[in-house]
Design a protein around this ligand. Structure first.
Ligand SMILES: [Zn+2]
Length: 86
Protein backbone atom coordinates (compact mmCIF):
# COMPACT_ATOMS: atom_id res chain seq x y z
CA UNK A 1 0.00 0.00 0.00
CA UNK A 2 1.41 3.36 -1.01
CA UNK A 3 1.57 6.10 1.56
CA UNK A 4 0.66 9.73 0.95
CA UNK A 5 2.60 11.22 -1.91
CA UNK A 6 4.92 13.93 -0.64
CA UNK A 7 6.77 16.05 -3.14
CA UNK A 8 9.89 17.70 -1.70
CA UNK A 9 9.63 21.41 -2.30
CA UNK A 10 13.37 21.81 -2.68
CA UNK A 11 13.39 20.12 -6.07
CA UNK A 12 11.58 22.95 -7.81
CA UNK A 13 14.04 24.48 -10.32
CA UNK A 14 13.50 28.12 -9.52
CA UNK A 15 16.47 29.26 -11.58
CA UNK A 16 14.71 28.45 -14.87
CA UNK A 17 12.23 31.27 -14.30
CA UNK A 18 14.86 33.97 -14.11
CA UNK A 19 17.09 32.75 -16.91
CA UNK A 20 14.11 32.34 -19.21
CA UNK A 21 15.34 29.76 -21.68
CA UNK A 22 12.95 28.28 -24.20
CA UNK A 23 13.17 24.64 -25.23
CA UNK A 24 11.91 23.62 -28.65
CA UNK A 25 8.85 21.44 -28.20
CA UNK A 26 9.87 19.34 -31.18
CA UNK A 27 11.38 16.48 -29.21
CA UNK A 28 13.67 15.39 -32.02
CA UNK A 29 15.13 18.89 -32.01
CA UNK A 30 15.05 19.86 -28.33
CA UNK A 31 17.17 22.95 -28.95
CA UNK A 32 17.31 25.64 -26.29
CA UNK A 33 17.06 29.31 -27.07
CA UNK A 34 17.25 32.53 -25.19
CA UNK A 35 14.81 35.33 -25.86
CA UNK A 36 17.43 37.16 -27.90
CA UNK A 37 17.83 34.14 -30.21
CA UNK A 38 14.24 34.03 -31.42
CA UNK A 39 11.65 36.30 -33.01
CA UNK A 40 8.33 36.33 -31.18
CA UNK A 41 5.33 37.23 -33.30
CA UNK A 42 1.63 36.65 -33.56
CA UNK A 43 0.54 34.63 -36.58
CA UNK A 44 -3.12 34.80 -35.59
CA UNK A 45 -3.27 32.02 -32.99
CA UNK A 46 -1.32 33.69 -30.26
CA UNK A 47 2.27 34.65 -29.66
CA UNK A 48 4.87 32.20 -30.83
CA UNK A 49 8.38 31.87 -32.07
CA UNK A 50 9.66 29.54 -34.71
CA UNK A 51 12.60 27.42 -33.72
CA UNK A 52 15.62 28.71 -35.67
CA UNK A 53 16.82 25.13 -35.98
CA UNK A 54 13.79 23.16 -37.15
CA UNK A 55 11.06 25.77 -37.67
CA UNK A 56 8.64 24.27 -35.16
CA UNK A 57 6.10 26.64 -33.65
CA UNK A 58 6.62 27.24 -29.96
CA UNK A 59 3.90 29.20 -28.20
CA UNK A 60 4.64 31.71 -25.51
CA UNK A 61 2.70 33.91 -23.16
CA UNK A 62 3.59 37.52 -22.55
CA UNK A 63 4.01 39.09 -19.16
CA UNK A 64 4.68 42.70 -18.35
CA UNK A 65 7.22 43.10 -15.58
CA UNK A 66 6.72 45.67 -12.87
CA UNK A 67 9.70 47.62 -14.16
CA UNK A 68 8.18 47.87 -17.62
CA UNK A 69 10.17 45.04 -19.11
CA UNK A 70 8.45 42.43 -21.24
CA UNK A 71 8.82 38.79 -20.26
CA UNK A 72 7.80 35.69 -22.16
CA UNK A 73 7.10 32.26 -20.78
CA UNK A 74 6.85 29.20 -22.95
CA UNK A 75 3.55 27.35 -22.71
CA UNK A 76 2.37 23.90 -23.67
CA UNK A 77 0.45 23.75 -26.90
CA UNK A 78 -1.12 26.94 -28.06
CA UNK A 79 -3.19 29.52 -26.23
CA UNK A 80 -6.95 29.19 -26.43
CA UNK A 81 -8.39 32.64 -25.71
CA UNK A 82 -11.72 31.70 -27.23
CA UNK A 83 -13.34 29.79 -30.08
CA UNK A 84 -10.96 29.54 -32.98
CA UNK A 85 -11.52 28.69 -36.60
CA UNK A 86 -9.11 25.88 -37.18
ZN1 LIG B 1 13.46 22.99 -32.98
Amino acid sequence: MAGPFVRPAQQTPESSWRINVFTCRNQSCDAQWELSDVVIKNEGQGLLFRCPMCGARNYVERFDGEDGSVLYEQIEGRPAPGPMAD
